[in-house]
Structure formats: structure tokens, C-alpha cells
Design a protein around this ligand. Structure first.
Ligand SMILES: Nc1nc2c(ncn2[C@@H]2O[C@H](COP(=O)(O)OP(=O)(O)OP(=O)(O)O)[C@@H](O)[C@H]2O)c(=O)[nH]1
Ligand SMILES: [Mg+2]
Length: 421
């Protein structure tokens, strides 16, 4: 499924393309710098960049015709064999660029998918990436085949292009449904494991953050785990969970998983649904922001958008500003105002970790909501759930059922709503 030229030994020479839209978000320059890092992580050699100011990308050609003409002029001097657009290209844009420039045409999504395929370690991770790649490829499979099939239809024949295209499509659709079934099986296994973890009564804290913010480094610093942490985008794909003891001796589980990035297509997030459920079921979200990144504010917006998308924007949250060893005191105090009660840490140098652990303990305590419920004897499993996941103050056995007063993690409240007096 990989585009062979990306994976071959000679690195492809790539020119990056971006449209500056003035939408108040990332500047094209910043976004291109990030795309360059993505491209390099994917094994491409970046040999040039082109940006153009437009209201929006051209529907058929992405960049304007004049810019493309300039680019064609530069083909022999830059010797590029690949272009990478900073936005997801429509199949029509991709086809047009391929025909005009006669080079490999990639976009941000294709590059991210390629990195994912290089970094997936577990069977689940690999299946999810493969599924996302097929979803990406299916509408783009047309290529020249579309013209052939259109021509063929006109004179009522079935050209070789069409039948090949159709059989490729069928094969991909079949594989997509196989993969979806398999991933669903793994997802059930994962949610079974999660339920078991839950019934063990240990709260879960999920690390989230922009890619390269230092989630895995923090995981390692807090738990002694040995998750790979490197100066690369999307070093981590597969989730890892480790036990950790807070200063009040409370045991918690810490989960490290895939990072976020701006312009991450929803399809891609959907493919990682099973993995991201580790986040959606956490009691507390531990956001790691990279204080040393000049784009930390926009990176945080991208993270907020994803958390919103995952439906966990209101989950109890602790925010850390990582890599404070790299920033000045002035910048630190500025950032402290911008974020909500952040904890300044350095995962690498071990700064602020004790304060962080204390804050996590506090947050877990307040994320437990006081509640009194009456549970009928026919639904005794909820009594067990309360005992294992909540904190019971009093438990009383009455004719109508078990009356429990105590505190429950906010995330479990909906399950107990029906037992309110
Ligand atoms: N100076 C400094 N570097 C840090 C700190 N924490 C992490 N890093 C570096 O930042 C880079 C990224 O760290 P990771 O822990 O891999 O980041 P991540 O958030 O897990 O990234 P992905 O898994 O790729 O999304 C590595 O080179 C780390 O050594 C810190 O506190 N100070
Ligand atoms: Mg990581």
C-alpha cells in the first residue's frame, strides 16, 4: 500500500507547496516548516518550497496556473521528483498536478500516513494504518483510469482501464471490510481489558498533546517506562499503559498514545478510534504542551479541537508546560498567564514532577463527585462497580435495595443517574 518512491533507498527530492489563506491560524511559513519535518521523518529530502497567497486553494490545480508554470520551469534546476501539498488534495487536484508536473504528488495526509506506517509496532497499529491508507487511496484510485472508463462508456465498450480500475476498487473494498472486522475484534478485546482495569478500581490518566511535546518523555519520567522518545513527529503510535504511585500512595494508570497535529483529517482520527478510546475513558486528561515551541498557542488550539471531537473537552484536566529548561523566565511567566493554572515541568530534567504528581492527586480527588444512590438487588453489579471505582462512605441494606453514599468518578455518573432517589 505504500507509495514505492517514498520508501525506496534513494530519498525522493520533494518541493513543498502551501497556500497562504490569511485565516488567522498558522501562517503558511509555520505550517510549511512543520510539513518539512513531517516530510523528512517520512524519508523525503526537501529541496524547495512554494507558497502562494490565495483566498482558498484553487479547486482544480491547488496553486494558481502561473505558480505552477514557474515550478515546471524549475524542474531541471531543483531536480525534484515529488511535490507535497500542505493541505489534503482532492482527487481532481492530485490528478491535475500529476499530469502537469509529471512527478509524484503527495499531500500532508499521505505523508502522515506514511510516517504512521513506519512507526506502527503492534498488530493493531498496523491494521489501523492499513485501513486508513485504503480509505485514503480508494477515491484517488481513479488516475487515468477515469478518463478511460468515461471514454469507454461513450462508445459502449469496456476498456482495460475500466475493468482494472473496477477490480482494484473491489479488492480494496473487500480488504477494507476485512480490516474493519478485524479491528472491531481487537477493539472489543481492548474494551474488555479496559473494563477489567476499571473493575480493579485504579483510575486512569491519559497523556495527550501535540506531537513531539514530550508525552513519552513524561511517561518515562513518571513511571520508569521505556517508551521510545525521540525528536521526531509521531514517534509514538501505539498506546502504552503503566502503573504509577501518587504522593498520597494512590495507584493510578498512565496511558501514552498517539499525538495530535493541525490539519489532521477526521478520517484518520476515525481509523484510530480503538486507540483513542484510551483517552475517551480516562478519569483525568494530562495535557502536555511544548513551552519551547513558538507555536504553542496554536498547537494547543489543535489539541483542544481534537479533545472536543473526542467528546472529552470537559473531562478533568491537568495542563503542563513542558521543556521549561529551554525557555526564559519572561516567557515562562507569559505562558503561565495564557494557560489555565499550568504546571511548568521538564520531563527531561525532572523539573516540577513532584508538583505535577500532587496536582494529579488533587484533580482525581475532586473529579470524584459526592452522590447517594439506591441500587435494587437485581442490579448488584452496580454495587460492585461503586465499591471498586468509587469511594464508599456508607452502605446500607434496605428492603428496596442497597443504599450507598460516597463519591464516584465523574465519568461514571451517567451510569448511576437512574439510581438517584
Ligand atoms: N529540552 C527538553 N527536551 C525535551 C523535554 N521533554 C521532551 N524533550 C524532547 O522532545 C522530543 C520529543 O519527546 P517525546 O517524548 O518523544 O514527545 P512525544 O510527545 O511523545 O512525541 P510523539 O510521540 O512523536 O508524538 C525528544 O527529543 C525529547 O528528548 C524537556 O523537558 N526538555
Ligand atoms: Mg511519544
Amino acid at each position: 500500500m505504500q507509495r514505492p518512491t517514498v520508501a525506496s533507498n534513494e530519498p525522493s527530492r520533494a518541493v513543498l507547496l502551501a497556500v497562504e489563506t490569511n485565516d488567522g491560524g498558522w501562517s503558511a511559513q509555520e505550517s510549511l516548516a512543520e510539513l518539512a519535518r513531517l516530510a523528512e521523518t517520512a524519508g523525503l529530502e526537501v529541496v524547495g518550497e512554494v507558497t502562494q497567497r490565495l483566498d482558498r486553494p484553487q479547486p482544480n490545480s491547488y496553486l494558481g496556473k502561473g505558480k505552477l508554470h514557474d515550478l515546471i520551469e524549475q524542474k531541471s534546476s531543483l531536480r525534484f521528483d515529488t511535490i507535497v501539498a500542505d493541505d489534503e488534495l482532492t482527487p481532481a487536484q492530485q490528478r491535475y498536478l500529476e499530469e502537469r508536473l509529471e512527478v509524484q504528488v503527495l499531500d500532508r495526509t499521505a505523508v502522515i500516513l506514511h510516517i504512521f506506517s513506519l512507526h506502527a509496532r503492534t498488530r493493531e497499529g498496523r491494521l489501523q494504518v492499513e485501513l486508513a491508507q485504503y480509505h485514503y487511496r480508494l477515491p484517488r484510485l481513479t488516475g487515468r483510469g477515469v478518463e478511460l472508463s468515461r471514454l469507454g462508456a461513450g462508445i459502449n465498450t469496456r476498456g482495460p482501464g475500466e475493468s482494472k480500475l473496477e477490480s482494484d476498487r473491489r479488492r480494496i473494498r473487500r480488504r477494507i471490510s476485512e480490516l474493519s472486522r478485524e479491528i472491531e475484534r481487537i477493539r472489543e478485546q481492548r474494551s474488555h481489558n479496559r473494563r477489567q482495569r476499571r473493575s480493579s478500581g485504579v483510575p486512569v490518566i491519559a497523556l495527550v498533546g501535540y506531537t513531539n511535546a514530550g508525552k513519552s518523555s513524561l511517561m518515562n519520567a513518571l513511571t520508569g517506562a521505556e517508551v521510545l522518545s525521540t525528536d521526531q513527529l509521531f514517534a509514538t503510535l501505539d498506546p502504552t499503559t503503566r502503573r504509577m504511585e501518587l504522593p498520597n500512595h494512590q495507584q493510578v494508570l498512565l496511558t501514552d498514545t498517539v499525538g495530535f497535529i493541525q490539519k489532521l483529517p477526521t478520517d484518520l482520527i476515525a481509523a484510530f478510534r480503538a486507540t483513542l478510546e484510551e483517552i475517551t475513558e480516562a478519569d483525568v486528561i494530562l495535557h502536555v504542551a511544548d513551552a519551547a515551541s513558538p507555536q504553542v498557542d496554536r498547537q494547543t488550539e489543535a489539541v483542544e479541537d481534537e479533545l472536543e471531537e473526542l467528546g472529552v473537552a470537559n473531562r478533568p484536566r491537568v495542563t503542563t508546560l513542558n521543556k521549561v529548561d529551554l525557555i526564559s523566565a519572561e516567557r515562562a511567566s507569559l505562558l503561565e498567564k495564557w494557560f489555565q493554572e499550568p504546571i511548568l515541568i521538564s520531563a527531561l530534567r525532572g523539573i516540577g514532577l513532584h508538583e505535577l504528581a500532587n496536582r494529579l492527586a488533587d484533580e482525581l480527588a475532586v473529579s470524584f463527585i459526592p452522590i447517594s444512590v439506591q441500587i435494587p438487588y437485581t442490579m448488584a453489579e452496580f454495587v460492585n462497580l461503586f465499591r471498586s471505582r468509587g469511594m464508599v462512605d456508607t452502605e446500607d441494606h434496605r428492603p428496596e435495595g442497597t443504599v450507598i453514599s460516597g463519591r464516584l468518578p465523574a465519568i461514571l455518573l451517567p451510569d448511576f443517574q437512574r439510581f438517584l432517589p
